[in-house]
Design a protein around this ligand. Structure first.
Ligand code: URA
Length: 441
């Protein structure tokens, strides 16, 4: 078998055999296939796609390319959740403690920010002292203690995906359904979960710009997961505008705290509840409650302090500081540096999440280069979102940087320009759209 034949087969639209895919994944993992041949095959896959069998084989081989987690020490069915990414997405830090109150235990391996999208690990790191590098050998201890552990993804989990992802990033081959589906699912399968809920985002701030593509990606991942014997469910959510009231690390964790004390925004709460209900049901912890009763019970636990108590336990167990009233202490606090006002009277038609994400990175909340330091206090707060009526001069959004951070004026003004471009104001109210678009299983 040789790589040139594999590239030519895919170039001419033929399905690759399982042996060919195995040869390819083994070759990229042991370094015997050069990057130029890998890149050529990636482009052929982008152009000619993969069928369900090819996608499943690619995923299973990538999952097998490194170490696999054994979560059998968890009490009950190991569950996992994955979001395909977005701006202002602070779902995981709310979801984990909430489902933990129902006895659902989780080992959550998360990533850092990527491009203009935020990362859960960076968000937790905004809490003073919070350790996001928990050794795998200690996961069981944490899980026994609080029912939860959150840690940065280790490099030995699906290493073939790591190699492919960094090549895709520089060869224009990221946005392909078979490649995204196999990349995500290989890490989820290697992570050891038996039941997986996917939050598949769609809109300007997501990989999938349309609902139709989001559905195709969700269906592909469900098929791969089911083929591998996992319970699967996907929730399609709106990422055409940022989720919640703010984006940026400390700002989002402050919003997490509000949501965990029952004062969250409707969109964040709706997505959390939808995912929580599915995870609790899949973990067999619904305790006979109907879906509506479970939904209500989740809301109760957000407002009566139970979910918040679990959140405090999680923070303390991983070395994070909380104050006397149980609120986290942050490494850097936001300083409100500039307000962007509405140039017109009318309705907010859209707030483009991609442009807001880029503004947030410019302010320092994300990285322009891999090694850039993060300003945890940087980000944006939204005072008007889609459908809101505004008058000329009303504040649409505030731009923040850390109290102790230096931000040059040019970056601040560039961020302001992006925000003004992101907000579209029109004369008539737009059609209303819920955060949860559909649920597939
Ligand atoms: N997230 C991943 O892990 N992989 C992709 O390909 C896209 C998003």
């Amino acid at each position: 078998m040789n790589m040139l034949e594999i590239i030519l087969d895919k170039r001419y639209g033929r399905s690759l055999t399982d042996e060919q895919i195995r040869f390819f994944v083994k070759g990229i993992t042991d370094g015997s296939i050069p990057d130029y041949q890998t890149s050529a095959l990636l482009m052929a896959i982008v152009l000619n796609g993969m069928d369900e069998r090819e996608m499943t084989t690619l995923t299973l081989e990538m999952a097998d390319s490194g170490k696999k987690n054994d979560l059998s020490y968890l009490d009950g069915i190991p569950v996992d959740k994955h979001s395909t990414g977005g701006v202002g997405d602070k779902i995981t830090p709310v979801l984990m403690p909430l489902i933990s109150t129902f006895g659902v235990q989780t080992v959550k391996l998360s990533g850092r920010g990527l491009g203009f999208t935020g990362g859960t690990i960076d968000k937790f790191e905004s809490i003073e002292g919070f350790n996001v590098e928990v050794p795998q050998s200690e996961f069981a201890e944490y899980a026994k203690d609080t029912g939860m552990v959150i840690s940065a993804q280790t490099p030995d989990l699906a290493p073939a995906d790591k190699i492919l992802y960094s090549l895709r990033d520089v060869t224009g081959t990221v946005d392909s359904i078979p490649l995204i589906a196999s990349s995500i699912m290989s890490k989820k399968l290697a992570g050891g979960a038996q039941a997986i809920v996917l939050d598949v985002t769609c809109g300007s701030g997501a990989f999938m710009k349309t609902e139709q593509d989001a559905r195709r990606l969700a269906e592909a991942m469900i098929k791969i997961g089911k083929g591998a014997g996992r319970q699967m469910c996907a929730v399609i959510t709106d990422m055409d505008q940022p989720l919640g009231r703010c984006c940026g690390n400390t700002l989002e964790m402050q919003e997490v705290y509000e949501t965990l004390t029952g004062k969250g925004s409707k969109d964040v709460t709706d997505v959390v509840i939808e995912l929580a209900v599915k995870l609790i049901q899949m973990a067999d912890k619904a305790d006979g409650m109907s879906e509506d009763e479970l939904r209500q019970e989740c809301l109760n636990r957000l407002s009566d302090g139970r979910a918040h108590l679990k959140y405090s336990e999680l923070i303390v167990s991983q070395g994070g500081r909380i104050d006397a009233i149980g609120s986290p202490v942050y490494r850097e606090y936001p300083f409100d540096a500039m307000h962007v006002t509405s140039p017109d009277e009318g309705y907010v038609m859209s707030v483009r999440a991609d442009l807001i994400g880029k503004a947030s990175v410019l302010l320092g909340a994300g990285r322009l280069a891999k090694t850039d330091p993060i300003d945890y206090g940087a980000g944006l707060c939204f005072y008007a979102k889609r459908g809101d009526k505004v008058r000329r001069g009303d504040v649409l959004c505030s731009l923040c940087h850390g109290e102790n951070a230096q931000l040059d004026e040019e970056r601040l003004f560039d961020a302001m320009d992006l925000v003004l471009e992101a907000y579209e104001i029109g004369p008539e109210p737009p059609e209303s759209r819920e955060a949860v678009i559909d649920v597939l299983s």
